[in-house]
Write a protein that binds this ligand. Structure first.
Ligand code: HEC
Length: 312
């Protein structure tokens, strides 16, 4: 057997699972952590761990738990020996790393980047620090894949598993096995619920911020006779507090027309642009007595102003 493991693995640590307020959670299906071994200088083999879990906090601290008992060497007796002698029944190994989340969160869907990370593996009481270059792909609004860009090498000595490796060699009557272990990982993370909701409104914010807020403030003079921005302050028209992202006709305490209230419209940069350029044509029968804004630029600037003033 092989043993190999070294590196990576092992850990022990047991670290408490972090509270998942938000951040990214590892998706076990599709994630893969493996290491390679070469015995007698010639025979290469790959072992992997089938049970991984983990979380990345919003500030980029990743904590991945590797269930050492889930090691898969493709030979049962080998798995058992590995768990007993190399991992010393440690249970869990903990892998920690820090990522620059600005780089990861800033990726558009389908975009990729490479990030350098400082990582540490804690296995059965021994910590090994190493650097890794990771390749990151934004799979969707709410998921990313992070994989090793190259192999990462971990020494069995640094990982504190040399004695266990010796024992495996003896049991298997093997003359030798390499003491440096290449490790590769592919980890899939899903954004936690709250964050996902925020990100789905992000395109609105981005579109709105393109406008000129100061110019938008001037345009708002055309609205201010009927609309205030303070929450719940309804006059001729409803308060426009928090209007971007809100569903039409739902502010408490304002009597809307049925046409607006039942329109089902959600106010985004796009729907506001349509409505403000032609209020009556967009929602026939609504009671806003306003002919509409002629210039697209005015509307873009106005939305930037509304966004800046009321969404904060
Ligand atoms: C003469 C008064 C008046 C002016 C001027 C006016 N509005 Fe309105 N607005 C209203 C009224 C009244 C309603 C409610 C319409 C209804 O219930 O059918 C309304 C509704 C709205 C809504 C929907 C609010 C919601 O809660 O769904 C938005 C958005 C809006 N106005 C934006 C604007 C903007 C931006 C301007 C300036 C470019 C503007 N309005 C100018 C009177 C006005």
């Amino acid at each position: 057997m092989k043993l190999l493991l070294k590196a990576v693995t092992i850990a022990s640590a047991i670290v408490a699972t972090p509270a998942l307020a938000d951040g990214w959670t590892l998706v076990p299906e599709g994630s893969h952590l493996a290491y390679g071994t070469i015995k007698k200088d010639t025979v290469g083999e790959v072992n992997s761990f089938t049970n991984l879990s983990g979380h990345v906090s919003p500030d980029g601290k990743a904590e991945i738990q590797i269930d050492l008992s889930s090691v898969e060497t493709n030979i049962d007796i080998r798995n058992e020996r590995m768990i007993e002698y190399v991992f010393r029944k440690a249970g869990t190994a903990e892998l920690t790393a820090t990522f620059d989340m600005a780089e990861v969160s800033g990726l558009g869907v389908g975009e990729t980047t490479t990030v350098d990370t400082e990582a540490a593996l804690s296995l059965a009481g021994t910590d090994v620090a190493f650097e890794a270059e990771m390749f990151v792909v934004r799979l969707s609004e709410s998921s990313v894949m992070v994989s090793t860009n190259d192999m990462v090498f971990i020494s069995t000595e640094d990982a504190g598993v040399n004695a266990g490796v010796d024992k495996l060699l003896e049991l298997a009557s093997l003359p030798g096995i390499t003491r440096t272990v290449p490790v590769t990982a592919r980890l899939i993370f899903n954004m936690d619920g709250e964050q996902a909701a925020v990100s789905s409104t992000a395109p609105v914010a981005v579109a709105a911020v393109e406008g000129d807020i100061k110019a938008g403030k001037k345009v708002f003079r055309k609205c201010s006779a009927c609309h205030k921005l303070e929450q719940d302050r309804h006059t001729v028209g409803p308060s426009l507090h928090g209007i971007i992202g809100a569903t039409a006709g739902q502010a408490d305490g304002f009597r809307y027309s049925a046409q607006l209230q039942e329109s089902g419209i959600v106010w985004t940069a796009d729907t506001l642009t349509a409505f403000l350029s032609d209020p009556r044509g967009t929602i026939p029968g609504n009671k806003m007595q306003f002919p509409g804004l002629k210039k697209d630029e005015d509307i873009t600037n106005l939305i930037a102003y509304l966004q800046a003033e009321t969404q904060g």
